[in-house]
Ligand binder design. Structure first.
Ligand code: PSV
Ligand code: MN
Ligand code: MN
Length: 424
């Protein structure tokens, strides 16, 4: 199912007057309006293929119907999201959930929707159907060399799929860890992981990167071998320039100062990018900005400051991706909300009066520094984002347009009520 441009135009026509009023109101106070608009228009966030189906928990899964049954249908759903918001021009695949049987055909399908392929993700946290060895006790860190070899070969295979699709990064998340004290020799586990990653690193094409994701717990509950940014950064440093640390917002213990981690990784040229989501307790994978939008803004404030200091292009300097899903929302609506929340935080960060903030920091004027940050955070930037979407051909209100066109009902009619997307 595709969203025809004339339907978006009709939607925009209906809502343009109210939008214009709101836009003019906020735009009047934006110092470099053209610069901010250009940046917002250029900013895109990749959609994970595994978030297009209804998520679930180990207690159950309640499908909303019309879920994508194939890679082609996942691409179509991302195409739908991109047509509506003009900010989701790429898809991230997870292998083997999304094996592209005919890479040229899949590439053509993506091109049809104006999409490209973001990082490809390997999966050594589940046993695969025809695999001879089990990942029950880990993969790249395993005590048995043969298991490590199988996991390394899988990662190299994922790179090959990525090369065929025009991707340029491999995302590695390991569930490797231990459930009980004494189960693992930490030093050996880390060394095995490093050696395995070295073999994968050797297989990277020249223009590729490997993004190393960390996570403190789950599925292991005593230790995780790449459990925090220090462990990821240590591995990335030992591996070399093509290895970087990936920050998934949900992969921190409560109250961690993520913005400080981000600032330092960026300074050290070791920040790969993000898996955006939100969380209340652990790796909840909630819609971005649904729990702690202020933290998201503070992260973007560091990103804008740090990227400007390094002269990086905001849109392309690092990897931007969502890793969220939920079990009680329409996945497409959920993703539209996540993209919107990311763009809101980004726009607010662009509005920070950086000269005033630097002066307050230099003079230790703590109250003023807070005033400056919160003045930006408390600005309702939604009309700026809607305007950026409009200028790119998207919908003023993507979720409203999605509902007006009864897209989900159309997808259910086309694909069926009880469809199951491949993935978690
Ligand atoms: C692990 O929790 C994770 O965040 C990794 O990025 C995986 O690839 C993804 O979730 C799987 O859903
Ligand atoms: Mn993740
Ligand atoms: Mn996660």
């Amino acid at each position: 199912m595709t969203m025809e441009q004339h339907k978006i135009d009709e939607h925009n026509h209906q809502h343009i007057k109210a939008h214009q009023r709101r836009f003019d109101f906020v735009a009047e106070d934006v110092k470099d309006l053209d610069g901010v608009m250009q940046k917002l228009q250029a900013f895109n966030i990749a959609i994970p293929s595994w978030a297009l189906g209804t998520g679930g928990t180990r207690f159950g899964r309640f499908s909303g119907g019309g879920e994508p049954r194939s890679l082609e249908e996942k691409i179509a759903d991302v195409g739908m999201i991109h047509a509506l918001n003009r900010s989701s021009n790429s898809i991230s695949l997870h292998i083997p959930w999304d094996i592209p049987k005919d890479a040229d055909a899949i590439k053509a399908e993506a091109k049809h929707y104006g999409l490209r392929f973001d990082a490809v993700n390997s999966n050594t946290f589940q046993d695969q159907k025809d695999a001879s060895l089990s990942y029950k006790y880990g993969s790249l860190h395993h005590s048995d060399k043969a298991v490590r070899k199988q996991a390394v070969e899988h990662n190299i295979e994922v790179i090959k799929y990525g090369v065929e699709l025009g991707s340029n990064a491999l995302s590695v998340w390991l569930s490797d860890g231990s459930n009980f004290p004494g189960q693992l020799n930490f030093r050996k586990a880390f060394q095995n992981t490093l050696e395995s990653l070295q073999e994968i690193y050797e297989a990277l094409p020249d223009d590729w990167k490997v993004w190393i994701e960390y996570k403190p717990f789950e599925p292991n509950f005593y230790s995780t071998t790449i459990g925090d940014w220090g462990q990821s950064h240590l591995l990335a440093s030992k591996l070399g320039k093509k290895a970087l640390t990936l920050v998934d917002l949900g992969h921190h213990l409560p109250n961690t100062n993520i913005e400080q981690i981000v600032s330092l990784l960026l300074m050290e040229e070791k920040l790969a990018g993000f898996h955006f989501n939100d969380s209340k307790y652990g790796d909840d994978d909630l819609t971005v900005g649904s729990i702690n939008p202020y933290q998201l803004f503070l992260i973007f404030n560091e990103l804008v400051e740090g990227m400007d200091a390094r002269g990086l292009n905001h849109a392309t300097g690092i990897g931007w991706m969502i890793d969220a899903s939920h079990n009680v929302k329409d996945p497409i609506e959920d993703l539209l909300q996540s993209v919107e929340a990311i763009k809101i935080a980004y726009a607010q960060a662009l509005l920070v009066d950086t000269a005033a903030l630097a002066a307050a920091q230099q003079g230790n004027d703590v109250a003023k520094a807070q005033e400056v940050l919160q003045a930006a955070y408390r600005t309702d930037v939604r009309p700026l984002i809607a305007e950026a979407r409009l200028r790119e051909g998207g919908a003023l209100d993507p979720i409203k347009a999605f509902r007006e066109q009864e897209v989900r009902a159309g997808l259910i009619k086309q694909r069926g009520e009880k469809t199951v997307a491949t993935g978690l």
